[in-house]
Each structure stands twice: as structure tokens, then as C-alpha cells.
Ligand binder design. Structure first.
Ligand SMILES: Cc1cc2nc3c(=O)[nH]c(=O)nc-3n(C[C@H](O)[C@H](O)[C@H](O)COP(=O)(O)O)c2cc1C
Length: 325
């Protein structure tokens, strides 16, 4: 039977999967609802990070990542969706509308990526020094491309050092802003909570000799000699440009890359300081020597087990729309 509308019974499990997406400081800036049988994904105005994300770039990346999970959940349930990004330009909070397509079985890739969703989390611990094999690198590049994004692997210690220096300098710029610091402190929870980043999911406290900047989420010091890997695989994910649509595309590409990382038995953490500071982002773009707009820096490797971060209950992010009778 052709499904022409989505129902609440389809929405709830799909949202439970969507909310596993990453978001800046685990702010979870999304809301979902059924409207005229379509699923709408909207920005949550109560979840905007005014100091850390004044342009709402991160909120849109996060919504893009949630959208990718939503698409996978619907496809694996046999009811894939057609996605319209920003369908109503006069309604800027409406990020995407999903309408049902003809039922079909999920593809093997959809099933594998969907299975990776509950196993993916940001891993901020030091990785093992083993290099990421060429086949896995190729899969990651393809994953970004399949969603209309690009992934540039930063190869060689000189190039990695240059990206690291841009990231460190962006981190210093951000750290000088008291409003930014206060907002991070507000979203860093030191106990179990469904909002923000718990200390257990943070990495070790940053040390002066670290190559890459760490957010101040963790509250524990690593033992002497337990340093970060000296040659991390650093990748920059980007989109063709930096419009709202590009950011939503980049979010979907990011999530596809991260789920491919998980499926390949790898771990990843994200660094967005060099994206948040406009001058650093431009330096990053010039350092990569390519067209398009960098949207995220990702560190990839073989990880020791880390800690997943909790989410809000799906029921808390679903709105009910009263249909006219
Ligand atoms: C736009 C964006 C920017 C992020 N920036 C950072 C970052 O700079 N440092 C970091 O450790 N994690 C960063 N993260 C990861 C989030 O903190 C993480 O996704 C969130 O806490 C949920 O945890 P999970 O990824 O383990 O599910 C970012 C995520 C997104 C979507």
C-alpha cells in the first residue's frame, strides 16, 4: 500500500533515532512535528547558543546531522522520504520537510549506517597510533561526496601542523570572550543530565604541549606519558558554500562521514573552533587550497572505549499540531 502521509507511529521511532545526532555542546537544537502528513524538522529557538553560535551555523549543522539520521530511520522502516530543504523561505526556522516516497526495502548501505547510529559518539580520548587504512580513508571521502559535501584528508605533519596552529589560534580567540566561556560552562554538566556535555564524555584536561585544542568538558588529568597520538588523521569536511542550504547539506555529510567512521571500527571527535572564528575559517580554506567552505574539522583514529552522551526524550522534541477540522 502506498503511504501518502507519515503517522505519529512512524514519527516517534524516527525521532528517537534522529536525536542521536551530534550537536554543539549537546544543545540538541531541533524540534519535529507532523504537518499535513509530512515530517517537519525545525530549529528550536530555546536551544540557540547566542555566544558560541551567533550565526546559528552550528545549529544548522546539527539539524542537518539529525536529518540524515531521520532519513536513515525512515528508509530502514521501509518508508523512505523525499527531503525538501528550507521549503518555506518565509519560515526561517523550518529546516526541512520530509514527505513519504513509495515503500521499498532499505539498501545494504542504509542498513549498515543505521546500525552504526547507536554506536557512534564523540571520542575525545587519545587514539592508538595505528594509521587509518587507505580503504577506510577512501570510504570516508566517498561518504561526504554522497551527500553533496567534500572531505579533505590533511596529509603530512607539516600540513597537519598548519591546521592545528589555525585551530589553536581560533581557540585562543574564543577563550578571550567571557560570554563564550560562560556559555560553555553552562552547557558542561558534571553529572548525568540530558543536556550539555557530561564530564565523563569530555577528554582529559588540555596540556600545553597538545597539538589540537580540546574544549574544557573533561575534569580529569591524564597520566604522564598518556599523550594524544602524535600523528592524528585530521580531516576537513566542507560544502560548496556557506548558505543555510550548504550548512544543512554539510550536516548530513558530516553525519554520513561519522557513521562511516563508526562502521569502519574507527572513532572520531570534532573540532569546530577554526570554523567558529571567521578569520580562522578563511585561513583554513586557504591552507587547503580549494574552493568551497570548510564546515568542520574531524580527528579520526582507533579509539579506546569512550562515553556516549545522553539526549532529551524524543517526546520532549515532538510538537503536536492541531489540525483544522
Ligand atoms: C556543529 C558542532 C560542533 C562541535 N564542536 C565540537 C568541538 O569543538 N569539540 C568537541 O569536543 N566536540 C564538538 N562537537 C561534538 C559535540 O560536543 C557532541 O556531538 C555532543 O556533545 C553530543 O555528543 P556525541 O557526539 O558523543 O553524541 C561538535 C558537534 C557539532 C555538531
Amino acid at each position: 500500500m502506498l503511504t501518502t502521509t507519515f503517522s505519529m507511529a512512524q514519527l516517534y521511532p524516527a525521532v528517537a533515532t534522529a536525536v542521536r545526532a551530534p550537536s554543539l555542546h549537546n544543545s540538541q537544537p531541533w524540534r519535529f512535528r507532523l504537518a499535513d502528513g509530512a515530517i517537519e524538522l525545525r530549529l528550536d529557538p530555546d536551544r540557540m547558543l547566542d555566544a558560541c553560535d551567533p550565526t546559528m551555523w552550528a545549529a544548522r549543522i546539527s539539524c542537518g546531522a539529525a536529518l540524515f539520521n531521520l532519513r536513515l530511520a525512515l528508509a530502514v522502516a521501509g518508508t523512505p522520504a523525499r527531503v525538501q530543504l528550507r521549503p518555506e523561505p518565509t519560515d526561517p526556522a523550518l529546516m526541512a520537510r520530509l514527505v513519504p516516497l513509495a515503500p521499498r526495502a532499505a539498501t545494504p548501505t542504509e542498513s549498515r549506517l543505521h546500525a552504526a547510529i547507536p554506536r557512534r559518539y564523540s571520542n575525545r580520548l587519545p587514539f592508538r597510533p595505528d594509521p587509518v587504512p587507505a580503504a577506510a580513508r577512501h570510504r570516508l571521502i566517498e561518504a561526504a561526496r554522497a551527500e553533496g559535501g567534500w572531505l579533505e584528508l590533511v596529509i603530512g605533519s607539516t600540513a597537519v601542523g598548519a591546521v592545528a596552529e589555525i585551530a589553536m589560534s581560533a581557540n585562543r580567540v574564543l577563550d578571550r570572550d567571557p560570554a563564550y566561556q560562560a556559555e560553555i560552562a553552562r552547557w558542561t554538566r558534571h553529572g548525568p543530565a540530558s543536556d550539555g556535555v557530561p564530564a565523563a564524555a569530555g577528554g582529559p584536561v588540555a596540556e600545553p604541549h597538545d597539538l589540537l585544542p580540546q574544549r574544557p568538558f573533561g575534569d580529569w588529568h591524564r597520566a604522564p606519558g598518556r599523550d594524544f597520538e602524535t600523528e592524528p588523521l585530521v580531516a576537513v569536511l566542507g560544502a560548496a558554500g556557506n548558505t543555510v542550504g550548504d550548512q544543512l547539506t554539510a550536516g548530513q555529510a558530516l553525519q554520513r562521514v561519522l557513521l562511516t567512521v563508526t562502521d569502519a571500527g574507527l572513532a572520531a571527535s570534532m573540532l569546530s573552533q577554526p570554523i567558529e572564528v571567521p578569520q580562522a575559517r578563511e585561513q583554513l580554506r586557504l591552507a587547503l587550497g580549494r574552493f568551497g567552505s570548510p564546515q568542520m574539522v574531524i580527528r579520526i583514529g582507533y579509539g579506546q572505549p569512550g562515553q556516549p552522551t545522553p539526549r532529551r526524550d524524543p517526546a520532549d522534541v515532538i510538537d503536536t499540531v492541531l489540525e483544522e477540522t
